[in-house]
Design a protein around this ligand. Structure first.
Ligand SMILES: [Zn+2]
Length: 368
């Protein structure tokens, strides 16, 4: 591993060398090995598609590459090596360079182009576009959900058809893998068709953080990690479905939870044709309400065990997906109980009353 890191460092220096020299050196690079993943369970299947991965690829896509010792995957710190503040917080901090009001400058030309194409109508239907894109089967999520990055990240774009509202539209944290964006677009359209009557037109799907344009650590309060995961475009936070006649759904997370509409929504989540769902994190008081609403519904047997209690999820769902479509759990012998938010005990997010666009970098935020 040590040898690999040294060679990797040299490879980065070689980025400034002429093309032929680089190509020759590239050929001598050792095969990509994910650097000490959290646990086997966390390694994304995409990370095993190693043939396309080179140090150049990691340098281009992993936004933490300059600071993580020029490794493809950030190495998790052991508890022993953590600063006492990190230990007290229960998690490592993001690199200082990741603490910023928004991540928009990390967008690639392709990502900007895609947004323009959707806005101008050049891509008239996002889902049929994604259907084609997903056949390209290129890896997008690398390393682990807690210490990973996102290549060719797709932006989620709110439209009238998908009834999606972004919690922080100016923060550029609505990027995910194609299956993630396909799932959310499909879910938004289900909300649109499920609540089509004029008196419930105000019902929308509130989307919180997914990942930044290239993934990586999402810094929250005071430079600390805002989330344990959300680094590889495979985790999304969603507001609860709030369906009342002649009332707009709230634009921020609320603790109020109605069992019936949210059980309907959970069934859509697990049945979406774009991404298998590994786990949904939710506070146990809300899970009880879901179970009650699902009484007599055989789908509870199928999906219920994948909805798991996790501290800090009293006002939003946290959904983690796999690499593509599939059954709940993404594999036959799924163990949703092994999916955790890992070392960060709760999601420390920006409070709702903050205008993320006007947030000065370095400002200490109090959570609501
Ligand atoms: Zn989350």
């Amino acid at each position: 591993m040590k040898h690999f890191a040294i060679t990797a460092g040299m490879a980065v220096l070689s980025l400034w060398l002429p093309q032929e020299v680089r190509a020759a050196r590239q050929a001598t690079l050792p095969e990509f090995i994910p650097a000490n993943p959290y646990s086997e369970f966390y390694v994304d299947e995409a990370a095993s598609q190693t043939d396309a991965i080179t140090i150049d690829f990691c340098a281009e896509w992993n936004p933490e590459f300059p600071w993580n010792g020029h490794r493809c995957c950030r190495q998790p710190k052991s508890k022993k090596k953590m600063h006492w503040r990190e230990r007290r917080r229960g998690g490592t901090v993001c690199y200082a360079e990741r603490f910023k009001a928004n991540f928009c400058e990390e967008m690639t030309a392709d990502q900007r182009g895609y947004s323009d194409q959707v806005a101008s109508g050049e891509i008239p239907d996002i889902l049929s576009f994604l259907d084609v894109e997903m056949t390209r089967s290129r890896g997008q999520a690398y390393c682990t959900v807690n210490n990973g990055f996102l290549a060719f990240g797709r932006r989620l774009i709110p439209t009238d058809e998908n009834r999606i509202k972004l919690r922080f539209p100016g923060r550029c944290v609505e990027f995910g893998t194609d299956p993630m964006i396909g799932m959310l677009e499909w879910l938004g359209r289900r909300v649109n068709s499920g609540y089509s009557a004029p008196e419930v037109k105000g019902v929308h799907l509130l989307v919180g953080d997914i990942s930044s344009p290239k993934g990586g650590c999402l810094a929250g309060r005071n430079g600390l990690r805002g989330h344990a995961s959300h680094t590889s475009g495979q985790d999304v936070d969603l507001g609860f479905i709030s369906a009342y006649e002649n009332k707009e759904s709230p634009n921020s997370y609320v603790k109020h939870f109605d069992g019936k509409p949210n059980w309907w929504f959970m069934k859509q989540v697990f049945r979406n044709p774009y991404a298998c769902v590994k786990v949904v994190f939710l506070d146990r008081t809300h899970i009880r309400k879901l179970a009650k609403a699902a009484r007599g519904d055989e789908d509870w047997q199928k999906f219920g065990r994948f909805i798991r209690h996790s501290k800090g999820h009293h006002n939003h769902f946290h959904i983690r997906i796999g690499d593509g479509p599939g059954p709940a759990g993404c594999q036959v012998d799924a163990h949703p109980e092994l999916e955790t938010e890992d070392s960060v005990p709760m999601e420390v997010e920006l409070p709702d009353d903050v205008d993320a666009n006007r947030l000065p970098a370095g400002k200490i935020l109090k959570t609501s």
